[in-house]
Design a protein around this ligand. Structure first.
Ligand code: ZN
Ligand code: ZN
Length: 209
């Protein structure tokens, strides 16, 4: 099967997934993807909200390293913010003017304008991308040249027993990124990797000036 991200050849991997030989994306078989309606039912059960200190701490894994790179004032978009926007509040505390977009909960497509944001964040979103090439095209396009793109998703590496991995057991999780996949994204979209915790957080800067 062609890789859903880079179109190179992929081979069968464990648990009915595919592994791209070029960008190392691991992805589920599109024939097994949930319907959009079933996805919505699952997301509606997500309980993340801004009152939850555990969730705030979780977002700190991205926010804390991101702070190092934030200008004093910036505009930002939290892409895929979910039902209880929280990262936007934390970014506002850092001087940001922040919009929330979510295809289900805050579907304001007017926010999706290319080259608009100094900072775009996306936490626990990219593993849900069913059309990762198109979805990454959009995500990166939103960032101004020189702007920041902060992404959180659980990275896969060979130390993880994929067959038993909790992260892949969520039926709405369909795409899993390895170190090599992050490098592919950087090369393909002209991004520099400013920060990588090798677990779940990567911060890119879009080249251009
Ligand atoms: Zn690929
Ligand atoms: Zn998820």
């Amino acid at each position: 099967m062609d890789c859903l991200l880079c179109h190179s050849d992929s081979t069968s991997f464990v648990a009915d997934t595919f592994l791209c030989q070029q960008c190392a994306l691991v992805f589920k078989n599109p024939a097994d993807f949930l319907s959009t309606e079933d996805d919505h039912d699952r997301y509606a059960q997500h309980q993340n909200n801004s009152e939850d200190q555990g969730y705030r701490d979780f977002l700190g894994k991205l926010l804390n390293p991101l702070k190092e790179f934030l200008p004093p004032h910036f505009n930002a978009l939290d892409f895929g913010c979910g039902p209880g926007p929280t990262l936007s509040l934390l970014l506002e505390d850092e001087g940001g003017d922040v919009e929330n977009y979510d295809p289900i909960f805050f579907p304001d497509a007017h926010l999706l304008i290319p080259e608009t944001y100094d900072v775009v964040t996306s936490t626990e979103v990219v593993e849900h991308f069913k059309t990762p090439e198109k979805d990454w095209d959009l995500l990166v396009s939103l960032v101004k040249d020189g702007g920041l793109l902060g992404v959180m998703t659980q990275f896969y590496d060979e130390s993880i027993d994929f067959q038993k991995w909790w992260y892949k057991n969520d039926p709405t999780h369909v795409a899993f990124y390895q170190e090599k996949t992050l490098n592919y994204l950087a090369d393909n979209y002209q991004l520099d990797i400013l920060y990588n915790d090798h677990k779940s957080v990567v911060i890119f800067r879009k080249r251009g000036y």
